[in-house]
Design a protein around this ligand. Structure first.
Ligand code: GLN
Length: 444
């Protein structure tokens, strides 16, 4: 079956695509990625296609231009299969916040695929594309990749242009990939990376040949094991697989070293203060006037805002806008926003110091494997705590990858996370190939 056929035949069951394109709708040119099929998270713009961001607010909206990362893939010969389902405005860890219904995990359809890029993770896992694009603000690529048994790559902040990405928290948002192989991950990343004059935060750092990183010897590399990432609350099966990954790296000639990231315990709080603050500002553009939905029967400007936003946004998005508005309000700004910015600096220093003693960090991607629908949806805090191991690299901007390392006793995929210093994605690839398991790669 071609990717497109797989996408069509599985979507009614799994709900991973919001739109599947007919062949030739976005014709592929000839280039280094000829033959590669790509699915695009519906938070990235593709000219003339719908751009919903998983929200009812943008239901009628069509993009006027194409995101740089998507354009670069198309220019290199990739074909676009469709747009994938996601948590509304990329806020969530389970895909239960999509206005278009949840995506199901192909390993066990009573379980969540992770979020917010759940549709992309599933599309890659079932072979409905070679590469799926996602975005990672606090773990939205790595966590669903771990839950669905695929490679999830979050590059360095600024490595890939954000032009054409609907902003959630601009100083955290990072475009990245899902794929079943490291090779496809590397090929797509090489094409998408690099400076873009349309995004002033994109980096002018030269792009490495990531596919060459795959054949690099890892002998002599020092792997840091951050003690804060191995405390209580990790499922025994997850722990066992990470221990096995450690042994594999040692056998390949790496040395394990103990390191500490002492501000880890503040990272969830810092993340949910700063990202909600940025989101409350970014989402102010959805005012019922400029994009998408406008409420009917309104009598004044304020009424237009209030009604359009009340009708258009879902519960989680409203919760975050309220939280963000609160932490930015004049009476609380210093106590929350300023304080969290200071702790962000300290948590970033933790990573800088750790990388003076090692070349990469190894951690679990998530404390547990995929959870059941409804298990955490009534308790936002339990949902937020699931992001404990992923938010640190967004706070500090360093690259991180989730690699499938095996299955737990329920037959669900387990992900290991590798983290390196800024712009050292090549080392992630070199190490990932040593620990990756092919157990999760049979067709789902
Ligand atoms: N789960 C996190 C959140 O809800 C991460 C989201 C993301 O990375 N987009 O904010």
């Amino acid at each position: 079956m071609t990717s497109l056929e797989t996408a069509r035949s599985r979507n009614s069951e799994l709900n991973c695509f919001l739109e599947i394109f007919d062949e030739g709708r976005y014709p592929a040119s000839n280039g280094q990625l000829s033959g590669m099929s790509v699915a695009v998270k519906d938070v990235l713009a593709l000219k003339d296609a719908r751009l919903t961001c998983g929200s009812k607010f943008l239901e009628p909206f069509h993009s006027l231009y194409t995101a740089t990362c998507v354009q670069r893939l198309m220019d290199a010969g990739a074909s676009i299969v469709g747009k994938t389902n996601m948590d509304e405005f990329a806020m969530g860890s389970s895909n239960e916040n999509s206005a278009y219904g949840p995506v199901l995990n192909p390993w066990d359809t009573t379980r969540v695929p992770g979020g917010s890029s759940g549709g992309s993770a599933v599309a890659a896992a079932i072979g409905a594309c070679n590469v799926a694009l996602g975005t990672d603000t606090g773990g939205s690529i790595r966590q669903p990749a771990a839950f669905c048994g695929v490679v999830g790559m979050k590059p360095t902040y600024g490595r890939i242009s954000r032009y054409g990405l609907t902003a959630f928290a601009s100083s955290f948002d990072t475009v990245g990939t899902f794929a079943r192989t490291l090779e496809d991950t590397a090929r797509a990343l090489e094409v998408m990376s690099g400076f873009d004059e349309m995004d002033s935060t994109s980096a002018r750092v030269p792009v490495e040949k990531y596919s060459e990183g795959l054949s690099r010897d890892v002998k002599g590399l020092r792997i840091g094991i951050p003690k804060e990432y191995f405390g209580e609350g990790i499922e025994p099966d997850v722990r066992r697989h990470i221990e096995e990954a450690k042994v594999k790296l040692q056998k390949a000639g790496c040395t394990l070293v103990d390191v500490s990231l002492p501000h880890t315990k503040y990272c969830i709080a810092v993340y949910y203060i700063l990202t909600t603050a940025e989101a409350s500002s970014n989402l102010a553009r959805f005012d019922g006037i400029r994009y998408g939905r406008r409420a009917q029967g309104v009598t004044s400007l304020e009424d237009t805002y209030r009604k359009s936003r009340s009708e258009g946004f879902g519960r989680e998005v409203k919760r975050r806008i309220m939280l963000g508005t609160y932490v930015l309000s004049s009476g609380y700004y210093d106590a929350y926003y300023t304080r969290a910015q200071k702790v962000r600096r300290l948590a970033t220093q933790d990573f800088e110091l750790a990388f003076q003693h090692c070349d990469a960090l190894l951690t679990p991607t998530t404390p547990a494997t995929a959870f059941k629908f409804g298990e955490k949806s009534s308790d936002p805090l339990a949902m937020y705590l699931n992001d404990i191991f992923t938010v640190g690299s967004n706070i500090s901007g360093v690259p991180a990858m989730s690699v499938p390392v095996g299955l737990d006793s329920k037959g669900l995929p387990v992900g290991a996370q590798l983290i390196t210093k800024q712009f050292d994605e090549s080392t992630l690839f070199a190490l990932a190939k040593e620990i990756m398991s092919n157990e999760t790669l049979d067709n789902r």
